[in-house]
Design a protein around this ligand. Structure first.
Ligand code: PLP
Length: 441
């Protein structure tokens, strides 16, 4: 039997990622264009982007400078081998990235996605301890409800059950801290919750259990995004830092969504004034336009590898597309756009207006919690008895119909608009959401 389909736009062949494929293919939702804050759908409607695509289009859509940089680079140098050779833009970009990173994170490894950034950081952590003569430090500690992408290292340290349960034994030597969500105590908090900072001391208990001499690294999202937006309680990240420092454990911040201005500073590490030993990034690095990720490491980590004969490769890791010329050009143009428009700090200016509008939905039916930080917001809905996730998914479908893109995870609506958003867009977004929620979905 032939595989040939009847029409070029037949939807059957593409097994879509993290999608209810059968539902989608009955009622497809396709975007065919985008500009600034809006998508255009296949049926010609405008949809306000309340999620920056997938937390990545921080400068808004189809920004001319980025488009032009890609066009030019594709015609000038399409590809250069990433191993034992280079091209100027990858170096220029690394310098520009280090300039905006927290003090001391002076070196960058490139990847092609957030998932690969996480794998890379975990491997750097293990190898770092080994080159320092501490090969017994092999354990990795993540957190319940954490999301670190979908590769084996990431799902092992991650804590979202449905992302883990199908995939066997995962990495060994991994443990998890408890998550920080305390619904009753912290409901409807604006910004950092009062309660839960002391949950960080659970790390001390885990380290004691395994002995610090076996622990390589702790990885957390400063703000847990994909699980439904969990904001770190006051003092929590500081305490994690203290415990890691005390025991010689590397602290990795997974900033794949918080990086590049989401909170009102270039990175969450600066926003919360806590310095990790590594930062993983992706998404906003190229404004989502072209796959690219990065791992920032301290000089101490980098320098530990720069030993042995000079003709030897120092770290046996890398990707064919690490620092790809077109991705590098896109990232440089993205950084220019962020700088010219002040986007890496814009969330700080808008966050009060954003928070007021978000929390004004408190009186809507079935809303059991609202939380926010920077230009991130979450509205937690009461699940329908026996049908978890359905209420939020219905809200997502109704929003799409009414010209608004939201994201849902479980029964939580997560919002993270492009950082170019204006107040009138914020009004439009929450006006539409109010209408949907008031209709008792
Ligand atoms: C914190 C975090 N880490 C890693 C990832 C994985 O990124 P990617 O989908 O680019 O592999 C994500 C994606 O949402 C993320 O939010």
């Amino acid at each position: 039997m032939s595989n040939r389909l009847n029409a070029p736009n037949d939807l059957r062949a593409f097994w879509m990622p993290f999608t209810a494929n059968r539902q989608f293919k009955k009622e497809p939702r396709l975007f065919v264009g985008a500009k600034d804050m809006y998508y255009t759908t296949h049926d010609g409607r405008q949809v306000l982007d309340g999620t920056a695509g997938l937390w990545c289009v921080n400068a808004g859509h189809c920004r001319p400078k980025i488009t032009e940089a890609i066009r030019e680079q594709a015609g000038e140098l399409d590809y250069a081998p990433a191993f034992q050779l280079g091209h100027p833009k990858a170096f220029e970009l690394a310098n520009r990235l280090v300039d905006i990173a927290p003090e001391g994170l002076n070196h960058v490894l490139y990847t092609n996605s957030g998932s690969e950034s996480v794998e890379t950081a975990l491997k750097v952590a293990l190898a770092y301890h080994r080159v320092k003569g501490n090969g017994s430090r092999f354990r990795l500690i993540g957190r319940e409800r954490g999301y670190h992408g979908v590769n084996f290292g990431g799902i092992s340290v991650g804590g979202i059950v449905s992302n883990r349960k199908m995939f066997g034994t995962l990495l060994t030597g991994v443990d998890h801290m408890p998550h920080t969500h305390q619904p009753g105590k912290n409901s409807f908090t604006r910004g950092e919750p009062e309660h839960g900072g002391d949950i960080a001391t659970e790390l001390e208990r885990i380290v004691t259990l395994h002995d610090a001499s076996t622990v390589a690294a702790v990885i957390v999202e400063p703000v847990a995004g994909s699980t439904g937006v969990l904001i770190p309680p006051k003092g929590y990240l500081q305490k994690l830092r203290e415990i890691c420092t005390k025991h010689g454990i590397l602290l990795i911040f997974d900033e794949v969504i918080t990086g590049f201005g989401r909170l009102g500073a270039p990175f969450a590490a600066q926003y919360y004034d806590v310095k990790p030993d590594m930062i993983t990034a992706a998404k906003g690095l190229t404004n989502g336009v072209i796959p690219m990720g990065a791992v920032f490491v301290t000089s101490e980590i980098h320098d530990a590898f720069m030993n042995g004969p000079e003709h030897m490769i120092e770290f046996f890791h890398g990707y064919t597309y690490s620092g790809n010329p077109i991705a590098s050009a896109a990232a440089l143009a993205t950084l220019d756009t962020y700088k010219e428009e002040g986007l890496l700090t814009r969330a700080a200016e808008l966050s009060d207006y954003w928070a007021d509008a978000l929390h004004s939905l408190k009186d809507c039916p079935n809303v059991i919690d609202i939380r926010n930080t920077g230009l991130i917001g979450a509205i937690e809905l009461d699940p329908i008895a026996g049908e978890p996730t359905k209420r939020a998914f219905t809200a997502f479908l109704k929003a799409y119909e009414s010209g608004l893109l939201i994201r849902t995870t479980g029964d939580i609506i997560a919002l993270s608009p492009p950082l170019i958003i204006e107040k009138h867009h914020i009004d439009e977004l929450f006006g539409k959401l109010r209408t949907i929620l008031q209709n008792n979905i």
